[in-house]
Design a protein around this ligand. Structure first.
Ligand code: SAM
Length: 444
């Protein structure tokens, strides 16, 4: 049965929290200070999920005018109407709460750094496109958790360059056809050249879709450097994707890249300056992607090793290392847990011998291990990680809950959290990136 409730706090995931009759309710689309009529969607013994039937009072925190006409419908951002300072406070509190509740730890130094840009910060977007049988295009995002397309012509989170291209797609007129739907991933590369976009088409019905007319039109667009379907990614040639810290980073379309470019530069600098200050020379980068964080560390290090599941990302890391003459790097395409298990086994076997190297899999001794896992974290790999006995662990995370779980475990197994810096990579949404600095506890 529907009920009225006041939202008193907000949870990671962006849902407002209300406490009613001893039960915690998570209500999507709400913020603290909203008073709403809740329609329950799911009810368990101690908590429930609900949606808003009616806003009775809107929170005074909703004090800003959202620039986007479809804010609240498209499901992309939750907080365009919330002052940026408040968003930052909430994100910091997500982490502090998770550390306390899940990790059972208190971290003295916990800070958050604002994104250099609140708007137009994304260098990659994924939009849905529908072309009707007459060739008219609708482009946008799916509404919330539905498959209902909310049409847009631009996105206030996307970079100006992406928006110019989105405007072109939204106005496209294609020949009559069977009616096609697909997703378009548009990635901006950091180059002075006008052709600064990679466009990948993900057909919803596999190879049977007729995308010829679309691909032809996109190929002729002056901003496009590469366009193809997801089945053609193999043919994309590596390109210098960006230059930073004296490194040219090589990439190809379709691999993971950080989307907030200036804040990614800040992340790299935090990692690099800390490593330099500590004098770390032997580095392992777990979930290394195409070497985003570890390539700058390779200059001035004894060696850098990187492990990553995606072989194409590893190919790009190798290409960047070659282009930048970083011969002290070792790259492995492998599941991270499997690789660390193998390193830990070999390190154990090598104990007693004067070996610091594991033949085919690269070095075994590391001053610091960098972790940057997907949302699920790295719990399964932690015991092998500590068997490698690094002096320090730098853990980059996009999920406060799994970060808290993992570093909570590490604090019970010989490491202490020195500080955590949250970096707001995703303004106007609930997402938050964090960088935790852990040192081996020499008091143990
Ligand atoms: C959050 S990204 C970080 C990448 C890189 N550190 C960066 O900053 O660009 C996580 C990476 O983990 C990789 N990955 C996902 N599952 C993996 C696994 N089981 N083992 C190794 N790498 C994995 C993904 O392909 C992705 O490149």
């Amino acid at each position: 049965m529907n009920f009225d409730a006041e939202i008193t706090s907000v949870a990671f995931g962006g849902k407002g929290i209300a406490r009613v009759a001893g039960k915690v309710w998570f209500v999507k689309g709400t913020v603290p200070g909203d008073v709403v009529r809740v329609r329950p969607l799911e009810s368990k013994e101690h908590f429930g999920e609900g949606e808003v039937e009616l806003f009775l009072t809107r929170s005074s925190l909703r004090s800003e005018k959202p620039p986007c006409p479809v804010f609240g419908q498209c499901g992309g951002c939750q907080w365009q109407d919330i002052p940026y300072e408040t968003q930052l406070e909430w994100k910091k509190s997500f982490l502090a709460d998770s550390l306390q509740r899940v990790g059972k730890i208190k971290v003295e130094e916990l800070t958050i750094e604002a994104s250099p840009h609140r708007w137009n910060y994304r260098s990659r977007v994924l939009v849905r496109v529908h072309v009707d049988s007459k060739g008219a295009v609708s482009m946008g995002y799916f509404k919330g958790e539905t498959r209902e397309l909310v049409a847009i012509k631009k996105c206030d989170l996307a970079s100006p360059s992406l928006n110019t291209f989105l405007g072109f797609v939204a106005e496209l007129k294609l020949p009559e056809n069977r009616g096609e739907s697909f997703r378009l991933e548009i990635q901006e590369i950091q180059t002075e050249a006008p052709q600064n976009l990679w466009v990948t088409v993900f057909p919803t019905k596999g190879k049977t879709q007729d995308l010829k007319a679309l691909l032809e039109r996109v190929k002729r667009h002056p901003q496009v450097s590469w366009v193809g379907s997801v089945f053609e990614l193999e043919m994309a040639l590596p390109q210098v994707f960006e230059s930073d810290l004296g490194i040219d980073f090589v990439a190809t379309p379709g691999q993971f890249q950080q989307i907030n470019v200036p804040h990614n530069h800040n992340l790299r600098r935090h990692v690099l300056s800390y490593a330099q200050k500590q004098g770390w020379k032997r580095i392992l980068d777990v979930f290394c992607g195409s070497g985003n964080l570890s390539l700058p560390l390779a200059k001035g290090s004894e060696y850098v090793a990187g492990v990553e599941l995606n072989p194409k990302s590893i190919k790009n890391a190798k290409a960047s290392a070659a282009m930048n003459e970083l011969g002290n790097t070792h790259w492995v395409a492998c599941d991270a847990v499997a690789h660390l298990n193998q390193l830990a086994r070999q390190k154990k076997e090598a104990a007693g011998e004067s070996s610091g190297s594991a033949g085919g899999v690269g070095p075994l001794d590391f001053d610091v291990i960098l972790l940057d896992p997907p949302r699920e974290g790295f719990f399964k790999g932690l015991s092998s990680l500590i068997a490698l006995n690094p002096k320090a662990i730098l853990y980059v995370s996009c999920d406060p809950v799994t970060l808290a779980r993992d570093i909570g475990w590490l604090t019970k197994n010989g490491y202490r959290v020195e500080k955590i810096i949250c970096l707001d990579f995703f303004p106007n949404t609930y997402h938050v990136e964090s960088l935790a600095f852990l040192q081996r506890d020499i008091s143990l």
